[in-house]
Design a protein around this ligand. Structure first.
Ligand SMILES: NC(=O)c1ccc[n+]([C@@H]2O[C@H](COP(=O)([O-])OP(=O)(O)OC[C@H]3O[C@@H](n4cnc5c(N)ncnc54)[C@H](O)[C@@H]3O)[C@@H](O)[C@H]2O)c1
Length: 359
């Protein structure tokens, strides 16, 4: 019987939040498939007790280990990928192979078992395009192949081409989402993600390390809104064959982000500027600004991302304090004004992912 939902990369940051919303919205079996390379058992620990959830360790590129799950599932959320600029620079072969061959395997099996597919792509595919905001039909402007940072964007772009080709040639039901910077509790700074790294540095009173001059701008979207968006898109037949930007439109420079983190965490850390080359090697290229046009998402769902960045930072900070054993509790007395949220997130997932204003 194919009454289940498969999440590849379900032990990762976004995948684990998707598990939470599925547990609330459906009674169907949920299969988490992950090789735990960047994902973590702790992210899904709270789901262990649910008889609805099964966790299977395996490599998404290995057809034999994942095929039995397609027999049981009507939908696959394909999130498994090599993620994070640091990882991509350090392990380019694994990045390209996981992202291309993993998606190829998923699409082949989805065709065989008539499974509906959500493909997780990225705002990185817009590459060096300088015309913001990016809308779904904007040009993708990649750097040269000798700069391996572009291998992530190119591998995701190939995934998109392949998914669209399966849709047009074989009628495979697919939805493609391009996540912009997605943040919140459980995200780790180990693979180059800026916000969890800043929070960790602020908590330890270490300098907040800004790569480049910090004037580059990004939009940081709340993970629970992101998973709500992808879940709701998958319920809409009109979304099939479409691509969607998924993210917030609250634009901040990395300098402003560092300032906000210092404020929320009440840290006296300094800010330190590090040239890109020192972190990622010579000739590293970054994008100056990344800003999504989310009007298509609004047209389909009737709501936009609305949780403010300072609230997300606050929640991520609280999560780190509760879950990070290396942090020695260097919190200061709370200054007035800011709301403290102190629940143990993992045991008690937040209800906010659906209290989104419809504006
Ligand atoms: N977080 C963001 O800001 C962001 C932005 C753009 C796109 N995305 C995309 O969203 C998806 C989820 O990203 P995330 O932020 O949760 O990252 P993550 O690293 O936390 O999650 C990826 C998960 O995939 C698993 N995985 C990796 N290779 C695998 C393999 N070969 N077989 C099985 N599992 C494997 C990892 O262990 C991890 O649990 C990815 O496809 C990523 O490209 C994320």
């Amino acid at each position: 019987m194919n009454n289940g939902i498969l999440i590849t990369g379900g032990a990762g940051f976004i995948g684990s939040h998707l598990v939470d919303i599925l547990l609330k919205r459906t009674k169907e079996p949920i299969y988490i498939f992950d090789n735990f390379s960047t994902g973590n058992q702790r992210n899904i620990q709270h789901a262990f007790s649910s008889s609805q959830v099964q966790i299977i360790q395996g490599n998404v590129c290995d057809r034999n280990s994942i095929e039995p799950l397609f027999e049981k599932c009507h939908t696959v959320y394909h999130l498994a990928a090599a993620v994070g600029v640091k990882l991509i620079i350090e392990k380019p072969v694994a990045t390209i192979e996981t992202n291309v061959s993993g998606t190829e395997t998923v699409l082949q099996l989805a065709k065989k078992y008539k499974t509906k597919v959500l493909l997780a792509s990225t705002s990185e595919v817009y590459g060096k395009n300088t015309k913001i905001p990016f809308h779904e039909e904007s040009d993708l402007v990649m750097g040269p192949t000798i700069r391996n940072r572009w291998s992530y964007a190119c591998s995701k772009a190939i995934d998109e081409f392949l998914a669209l080709a399966y849709h047009h040639e074989f009628g495979l039901p697919i939805v493609i989402v391009r996540f912009f910077n997605t943040v919140g509790p459980r995200q780790t700074g180990h693979y180059g993600m800026v916000l969890p790294r800043f929070i960790r540095q602020a908590m330890n009173e270490e300098p907040l390390t800004i790569y480049g001059d910090g004037t580059q701008t990004r939009c940081f979207g709340y993970v629970k809104e992101a998973v709500t968006a992808i879940y709701e898109l998958m319920q809409k037949p009109s979304a099939l064959g479409e691509i969607f930007n998924i993210g917030s439109q609250e634009q901040v420079s990395i300098n402003q982000l560092a300032k906000l983190v210092k404020e929320v965490t009440q840290s006296s850390s300094n800010v330190e500027y590090i040239p890109y080359e020192k972190v990622y090697g010579p000739h590293f290229e970054d994008m100056k600004d990344r800003y999504p046009d989310t009007s298509k998402l609004f047209r389909f769902l009737g709501w936009r991302f609305s949780i403010k960045l300072d609230e997300i930072i606050q929640e991520s900070f609280e999560f780190e304090k509760t879950h990070n054993s290396s942090f020695m509790g260097k919190t200061r007395p709370q200054r007035g004004g800011r709301r403290r949220r102190t629940e143990s997130y993992a045991e008690e997932p937040d209800e906010r992912e659906r209290s989104i204003p419809h504006n």
